[in-house]
Design a protein around this ligand. Structure first.
Ligand SMILES: [Zn+2]
Length: 128
């Protein structure tokens, strides 16, 4: 934990704004997913969904719910990353690689403001 953030106040403000907006958007997505699966389980119980037309319908139904779940997990994962990025901003270590302690490439931070690994370490992690 050597390096401190290399960002100016202005840059941090812009990035923070993006992170907060992204987080709000993810929260909205999560709410939509939850409402959709709630509605789905409701119609399940009331028997509105008919499984008469082959069991293909049931298969699709399950598939859609599983897909929603995996989207939901991705969204939650991303939200956690954003929260950590915001915490690092508060702690003054934003943009510093959590593995090697060197500053993360600025272009990378501007493309993906929530990452906490430099390109080299991110690639090393993917390979494992
Ligand atoms: Zn690194």
């Amino acid at each position: 934990m050597a390096a401190r953030t290399v960002y100016t106040k202005k840059e941090l403000e812009d990035l923070r704004k993006r992170l907060v907006e992204e987080r709000d958007e993810l929260q909205r997505q999560l709410t939509t997913i939850e409402e959709t699966s709630f509605a789905a389980s409701q119609s399940d119980m009331s028997g509105e969904v008919s499984f008469d037309e082959e069991n293909a319908d049931a298969g699709t139904f399950t598939f859609e719910r599983e897909r929603d779940l995996s989207i939901e997990n991705n969204v939650r994962d991303l939200m956690r990353k954003i929260d950590r990025a915001l915490a690092r901003m508060d702690g003054g270590t934003y943009g510093v690689c959590s593995r090697c302690g060197k500053p993360i490439e600025k272009a990378r931070m501007k493309a993906l403001p929530y990452v906490d690994l430099c390109i080299k370490d991110a690639q090393a992690q993917t390979r494992r």
